[in-house]
Design a protein around this ligand. Structure first.
Ligand code: IMP
Ligand code: MG
Length: 179
């Protein structure tokens, strides 16, 4: 059991289990993208560890770009405007694989699909380490999933609780509160 800020978490996915699942995902990608021009787009901050470990096991010639999705108040519209920061590379005619730490409601991935729509990519898929199918309400379900998990809050391996806990090499689940 570990403590992150005010909350207690228990081990959920130990580091070795995460690594073997990433190895399987990399093997799949190595097969399916052979001969294709491949670029990974990793979503910061959460996906940085997953992206690094997966990328090391990709044996194809490929590229990687790290981006942030931000939302700001537009000047003349009522809603917020989304943008992708850091995509300073041309993805036209490339096969794109988005790397996410976790797909929860799916809102983030749907935003990315909308924002990339104008780019003339060859294909666009999503690889996520974690997926919460019971929370998912999006339109672009992940194509490669490391682990489907229940709707409980998790930290570690890039995922944070109020920015803490990203450094843990295993993934921990919030312990049910005891009364
Ligand atoms: P979505 O847009 O609802 O799919 O949420 C995706 C983002 O929410 C992830 O990239 C995470 O940053 C964050 N998130 C969702 N669930 C968790 C969790 O259990 N722990 C930590 N972060 C989470
Ligand atoms: Mg994230």
């Amino acid at each position: 059991m570990i403590q992150v800020l005010d909350k207690q978490f228990e081990t959920f996915l130990p580091a070795d289990k995460i690594q073997s699942e990433i190895t399987l995902m990399a093997q799949k990608l190595n097969e399916e993208y052979a001969g294709k021009e491949l670029i990974f787009i990793a979503i910061l901050n959460g996906a940085f560890m997953f992206a690094a470990d997966l990328f090391k096991q990709i044996t194809l010639p490929c590229e990687i770009s790290f981006v942030k999705v931000s939302s700001y108040q537009g000047t003349n519209t009522s809603g917020r405007v989304d943008e992708i920061i850091g995509l300073n590379t041309d993805i036209s005619n490339k096969h794109v694989v988005i790397l996410e730490d976790i797909v929860d409601t799916g809102i983030t991935i749907d935003k990315i699909f909308t924002l990339l729509r104008a780019h003339q990519y060859a294909s666009l898929k999503v690889a996520t380490l974690l997926f919460k199918p019971n929370a998912y309400q999006g339109k672009n379900p992940p194509n490669y999933v490391g682990f489907s998990i229940p709707n409980a809050f998790v930290v570690g391996y890039g995922l944070d609780y109020n920015e803490k806990g990203r450094n843990l090499d295993s993934i921990y689940q919030l312990k049910a509160e005891t009364k």
